[in-house]
Design a protein around this ligand. Structure first.
Ligand code: PHE
Length: 414
């Protein structure tokens, strides 16, 4: 018979048992907010690019990648949870939406780029609340150098310049060693070279943090910018780190980074080089810089949002009035054999209610002592950011959630 197809960015693709891309997600793919003039994400992208003027600036790679690009070429283990259909969006078993901009590292290194930034939309299945959205944006940055005297001298000169710049600035850095037993050098690399590269990575990113946050905190000696380095692990870098920035009394995780593993460079056909890579989440940073309180606002088409921003300018968002919230609960018995993943429930709610779904929380779950059947209760907060919803409208949306739940997953509503 005829197989089923799904249309994504104007092309048809065959579906299979892994297909889980939803209509809501398909509708986001052409939007590319990071390239919309005057959008906060576009200004933030340009600001980061201006900090690395000699780097190639890429921003038009397709979000469709193979699991091979997204995971295998970066040495993700076969059983990594990120590969599962509950965590990532698949067109079919051979094609998925990139879950991070690192999915392009091998390809871009393979083209011969040695200093580059890449900004793109990335996709992860997730819960629904004010700081999670299944589409967000990342900027990947990378630099590779020749693994010899010339390359190392270039790094040393750069390190001296960056150190001098940071010493003159109001920044306090909590560091960790470049290398440690839990964050080791690669066998194929000279530890002295790795130390210099890790130092270059840290200095480059401390200086970027100063550029991004320096105007808000860190402008005076009484209120310096505080940056904290933490050991991390990523399958394609070692040593690896995370960077946190102190903002309004809290440490916020801003980026992941590390010294690129030889296996990744080998996959790119790059020889006798070594270097670093980082990946930065843009929404987190833009929410701070612009005081944007809810991640859904980035997707707003409302003039009261869009007209507040100018390309190249960071300004404080002035919230317009918040409309009333409407909470509705749904309790149901889970299907006995298949169960239902929370991310499946959240995608269903987004497909019905779009950005009117502000928050989804499980408020109760219990297992019947005799029958062993499991029941859950979710509370959905419906609220539009642009207008007041009528009772009829929320009732209709909620009724659709209930009927879709029954149709798609065969649950029994209580
Ligand atoms: N891709 C990683 C993430 O999304 C970040 C990262 C980029 C880490 C490059 C190391 C090197 O969390």
């Amino acid at each position: 018979g005829h197989g089923k197809h799904v249309t994504v960015l104007g092309e048809q693709y065959p579906t299979d048992s892994m297909t889980n891309i939803s209509p809501t997600i398909i509708s986001k793919l052409p939007l590319r907010l990071h390239t919309q003039p005057s959008h906060p994400l576009s200004t933030l992208r340009a600001l980061i690019e201006s900090h690395f003027p000699s780097y190639a600036h890429l921003s038009s790679l397709s979000p469709l990648v193979t699991p091979h690009q997204n995971f295998d070429l970066l040495s993700f283990p076969q059983d990594h949870p990120g590969r599962s259909v509950t965590d990532s969006y698949y067109i079919n078993k051979d094609l998925m939406l990139r879950t991070h901009t690192s999915a392009h590292e091998v390809e871009v290194f393979g083209r011969g780029e040695t200093k580059w930034l890449l900004t793109a939309d990335v996709y992860r299945r997730d819960e629904i609340d004010g700081s999670h959205y299944p589409v967000f944006h990342q900027t990947e940055g990378a630099r590779i150098l020749s693994a010899d005297q010339t390359g190392m001298q270039e790094v040393e000169e750069d390190n001296a310049r960056l150190t001098a710049h940071l010493e003159r600035s109001n920044i306090i850095i909590e560091d960790v060693p470049h290398l440690s037993p839990t964050n080791p050098c690669q066998p194929a690399h000279d530890p002295k070279h790795t130390e210099l590269i890790a130092k270059n990575l840290k200095l480059s990113l401390n200086s970027l943090m100063l550029q991004l946050f320096g105007g808000h905190v860190g402008s005076t000696a009484e209120d310096p910018l505080r940056v904290r380095w933490i050991e991390a692990t990523f399958p394609w870098t070692t040593p690896s780190f995370e960077v946190e920035v102190f903002f309004r009394g809290k440490w916020l995780e801003i980026l992941g980074c590390g010294v690129v593993r030889q296996a990744t460079l080998d996959n790119s056909n790059v020889s006798n080089k070594l270097g670093w890579a980082f990946g930065l989440g843009l929404e987190r940073i833009a929410m701070i810089l612009y005081s944007i309180p809810d991640i859904r606002l980035f997707w707003s088409q409302d003039e009261r949002f869009l007209s507040q921003f100018k390309q190249g300018e960071i300004s404080t968002f002035k919230p317009y009035s918040r409309y009333p919230a409407c909470f509705k609960d749904v309790s149901f018995w889970l299907p006995e054999t298949s169960g239902l993943h929370e991310n499946d429930f959240c995608d269903l709610v987004r497909d019905v209610a779009g950005d009117i779904a502000e928050d989804v929380k499980m408020i109760d779950s219990f297992t019947h002592p005799k029958t062993n059947r499991k029941s859950v209760c979710y509370r959905i907060n419906y609220r539009s950011m642009d207008r007041s919803l009528s009772n009829d409208e929320t009732n209709t949306l909620h009724a659709q959630v209930l009927s879709q739940l029954q149709d798609q997953f065969g649950v029994e509503i209580r």
